[in-house]
Design a binder for this molecule. Sequence first.
Ligand code: ZN
Ligand code: ZN
Length: 247
Amino acid sequence: MLKMHSVYAKYALAALVLVAVLLSFVALAAPKVSAGNLYAGNLHMHTDCSDGEDSYDAMVEESVRLGFRFIAITDHNFCPNYIERCRNETRILCIPSMEFTTPNWHMLAIGIAKNPAEEECIGAPGPGPCDGGLSLQETVWRVHAQGGLAIAAHPANGLPNKINAQDLPLFDAMECDHPSYGLAQGLETIMLRNGAPIPCVYDSDAHNAESLGVMYSVCGLDNLTEEGVKAAIVGNKCRQSGLLAGI
Ligand SMILES: [Zn+2]
Ligand SMILES: [Zn+2]
């Protein structure tokens, strides 16, 4: 009787092992969670093409070293050579972009083909930023017409003009914190967003490679592509990270 039991026990154990092995294969083959995979990225940085200190290559290399998987080089003035390099970048997903000065303060134009005020700014006295005399609304329309996203950059530190709660619905997202913010600007941002809920992104606004890790986003992406990053932004799937996150 005892012997019979031990034979059954052996079969039962073998069946359990088989089921466990089959389940582990099923788990490996299971589709990824719908929230997507988490990737770190930084959509606001400057090179020596505008007012940054370091070269395009230095910014890309440090971004790779920090583990970012996507970046946007957002020089103040449209830098066609750097935009082209970004588009052809192989070390990291680089999204052609710029930081545009509107009459209501700074806007990140993410995933664009050209300066929204390209024609108006031909021959504009440099090297300062040129808004082409376009209104905020016209600028956002032109960014959208190119398939780009309009993101309100550090809305709480613009003076004397500021992006306010009435302007905010024009944008696809806003920077909901910034490395330069003090307590008052942090509270202002919270109030702004309470008045007009909008997806958040977090960036370093680094003007040198050393500052790239102070603040960045970790986003849930379905695809590590430009379209995947854009979808995560408008889907509010980006969260804050970095040395100064939450301070
Ligand atoms: Zn700015
Ligand atoms: Zn900036």
